[in-house]
Design a protein around this ligand. Structure first.
Ligand SMILES: Nc1ncnc2c1ncn2[C@@H]1O[C@H](COP(=O)(O)OP(=O)(O)OP(=O)(O)O)[C@@H](O)[C@H]1O
Length: 326
């Protein structure tokens, strides 16, 4: 399969006032051309931080400490003081941010926002050209072009999110990093956004999506593969259905057990119900970071960090799997 984006041993930390929180710690991941890669995990496990880094938007106090980025055929080293070419941002990778519903400037019409986004990269674009491009894109996606004349507050929540998605992809980025794009929406609006992302992929407007969510059942229906994050690390990865149906890492098992309850109210309660809390990333525990909460933990789990057991297609970082999968 053709690789669109790959990061190797990515580390990123918040550093402020002598404190350092390494929120992404040694993450290696690959996004393939044409796929939706889901990333799931509890609140605070580093998903949004990873999204910022992958979208090339890390800013102090967030620092990319090390890693390597492979993007659409070119390799870039990552690290403090290394500046990536500006044109990558927005053009090769774009972010559909968390809370995008509020990301739109309330005093500008949608067409003015579209113009601003296009002009940030193509300063010579005339308003007419920008509006025509935005109109064409809306029509291509089956959305009414009259939204161009609207102010954000005049649109429903679901429509606003779809408009933000259109705007995030106006420059035809190869990779769209979508950070919880549907979490504030009702089920039918969620479906509409997901359908739209699939359409953008099918039409070749974008070539891959990294879809971040804490909602595993949703991810299962959206993503081709899912990576599970815990305390800054990827602990399991696999094809979506397989991962949700037969999770291998005890954390994924707990997460699946916690969320595969249909009622949102119970779902919420049960997520909170995984015993214990994630570690403080200012001083994470040695060995496996899930060990203090894991009912299967053995002494070595708290001493040695488990490697990935399995293959590239499907792996989990848990000592329990050593004999089964090594
Ligand atoms: N500006 C910041 N300064 C210091 N630490 C931060 C900052 N932003 C986030 N963190 C810490 O980084 C870690 C990862 O946070 P992040 O927001 O990436 O997690 P998340 O999985 O996206 O959570 P959520 O689902 O709640 O958004 C957490 O421990 C968080 O407290």
């Amino acid at each position: 399969m053709d690789t669109l984006l790959r990061v190797k041993n990515l580390c990123a930390a918040y550093a402020q006032g002598g404190q350092r929180v390494r929120a992404v710690d040694g993450v290696s991941l690959e996004l393939r051309r044409g796929e939706v890669l889901g990333i799931a995990g509890e609140s605070g496990c580093g998903k949004s931080t990873l999204a910022q880094v992958l979208a090339l938007l890390a800013r102090p106090p967030l620092w990319v400490e090390q890693g390597e980025l492979w993007l659409d055929g070119a390799v870039y080293p990552l690290g403090q003081g290394i500046h990536l070419p500006r044109e990558l941002r927005g053009r090769k990778v774009a972010l559909l941010p968390q809370g995008a519903l509020n990301a739109l400037n309330p005093t500008a019409r949608v067409r003015e926002i579209a113009l601003e986004v296009i002009r940030a990269h193509e300063p010579k674009t005339t308003p007419q050209e920008a509006y025509a491009r935005a109109r064409e894109r809306l029509e291509q996606l089956g959305l009414p072009s009259r939204v161009l004349e609207a102010y954000p507050h005049q649109l429903s929540g679901g429509m606003r999110q779809r408009v933000v998605t259109v705007i995030s992809t106006l420059l035809n980025p190869k990779v769209l990093v979508a950070d919880e794009p549907t979490s504030a929406l009702d089920v039918s609006s969620q479906k509409a956004v997901v359908r739209m992302l699939r359409k953008l992929l099918e039409q070749g407007v974008i070539e891959g999506v990294i879809f971040i969510a804490h909602d595993l059942p949703l991810l299962r229906s959206v993503a081709d593969r899912i990576a599970i994050m815990y305390a800054g690390k990827v602990v399991e990865l696999g094809p979506s259905e397989e991962l949700v149906e037969a999770p291998r890492h005890p954390y994924t098992q707990a997460l699946v057990g916690a969320v595969l309850v249909p009622e949102p109210y119970i779902r919420q309660k049960r997520v909170e119900g995984i015993e214990g809390t994630p570690p403080d990333l200012r001083s994470p525990p040695p060995g496996c970071r899930f060990a203090p909460r894991c009912k299967y933990a053995q002494p070595r789990c708290s001493e040695l960090e488990p490697p990935r057991f399995g293959g590239e297609e499907r792996f989990a970082a848990c000592w329990l799997l050593e004999e089964v999968l090594a």
